[in-house]
Structure formats: C-alpha cells, structure tokens
Design a protein around this ligand. Structure first.
Ligand code: CMX
Ligand code: CO
Length: 146
C-alpha cells in the first residue's frame, strides 16, 4: 500500500547551485548526496519531514553526469523542473506487481537499488497521465544501540 510521498525528483543543471537555492530560500539541508554511475547522475536528498512508517519525505535534486543519461536527455528536451514523483510503500515488490496487474507498465522486472539503500521501481509516464512515477521502499532503519 502506498502510504506517503517519499520524494519529488527535480532535474537541475548545477546540483551545488540548486542545493544552495533550497538552503538559502527554505532552510532545507542536505541529508545525503550520492553519485549513481549506472544512471549517470549525481543527486542530493533534502529531508523535509519524517513519517511514522520509518520513511520520510524528501526533495531529490538530480544532476546529469552524462549527456546520454535519462536526466541528461530530459534536461536537454525540457530544461530544469519536476522530473518525477515518488510514493513510499513498505512493499515495493508487491505494489509494483499489483500495479502491473492493472495494465500499467512497470519499467524494471525487479526493483533496483535507489538512494540511501532504498529499493525503487518506475511506472511509465504514458500510463500515468504524463507523470513519471516511482515507488520506493526505504532501507530498514538502523536502530541506535541495537
Ligand atoms: N515525465 C513525464 N513524461 C516523460 C518523462 C518524465 N520524466 N520522461 C519522458 N517522458 C515522455 C516524453 O515526453 C515522451 O513523450 P512524447 O512521445 O509524447 O514526446 C515519452 O515519454 C518518451 O520520452 P523520451 O524522451 O523518448 O524518453 P525515453 O522513452 O527514452 O525515457 C523513461 C522515458 C520514462 C523510460 C525514462 O525516463 C526512464 O527509464 N525513467 C526511469 C529511470 C529514471 O527516471 N531515473 C532517474 C531518476 C533516478 C531516481 O529517482 O533515483
Ligand atoms: Co527519485
């Protein structure tokens, strides 16, 4: 079951400059940065709030590191802006299968590794009224002292 907005993915030309905009304008701080070679991107996760299911809500800022990457191609066509939305779930495998069963194209056969050890998959925007939609299960949380 999808229980929250995990993040909004925003494509930008310059990650450091955009991080600074979010910090200076709203006071949002970077919780995590990561480079994903396979996807050809660099990203920063800005945590907005926590949630009772152990997940949280983030702004995900995405910069392309290769012209032929998904983000690079999208930026070349559209310029900067909202690239996708991501819903949080405790069971990305089960929810992806359920959605697939309703005739929506799920882009990966099995969920893949996303930022911060999460597991993610994507739904085709043409099957979701123009919105590239990601499903995310957060990594199990380490409990301090355990
Ligand atoms: N939102 C809405 N529509 C989109 C879109 C987006 N982000 N990206 C592409 N489209 C639309 C295009 O406008 C185009 O529509 P038209 O045919 O009407 O012009 C159509 O989809 C095909 O677009 P394309 O430019 O040819 O792009 P591709 O088919 O090569 O790729 C997609 C589209 C969804 C398969 C690809 O973006 C993908 O695999 N996405 C999943 C992975 C991803 O997004 N990674 C980056 C984020 C990583 C993370 O969040 O961790
Ligand atoms: Co995302």
């Amino acid at each position: 079951m999808l229980t929250r907005i995990d993040h909004i993915g925003i494509a930008c030309f310059d990650l450091d400059e955009t991080v600074e905009f979010y910090r200076a304008t709203y006071g949002f701080e970077v919780l995590h940065t990561e480079a994903n070679e396979e996807q050809g991107l660099r990203e920063a996760m800005l945590r907005i709030n926590g949630a009772s299911d152990g997940g949280a809500s983030y702004v995900q800022l995405l910069e392309s590191t290769r012209d032929d990457s998904v983000i690079g191609k999208w930026l070349a066509k559209n310029g900067e802006g909202v690239h996708h939305i991501a819903f949080g779930t405790e069971d990305v495998d089960g929810d992806a299968e359920a959605v697939r069963g309703k005739g929506v194209r799920v882009l990966y056969d099995e969920p893949r590794r996303g930022s911060m050890g999460s597991r993610i998959t994507f739904l085709h925007p043409k099957d979701c009224h123009g919105v590239l939609t990601e499903l995310v299960t957060a990594a199990p949380q380490a409990t301090p002292g355990h």
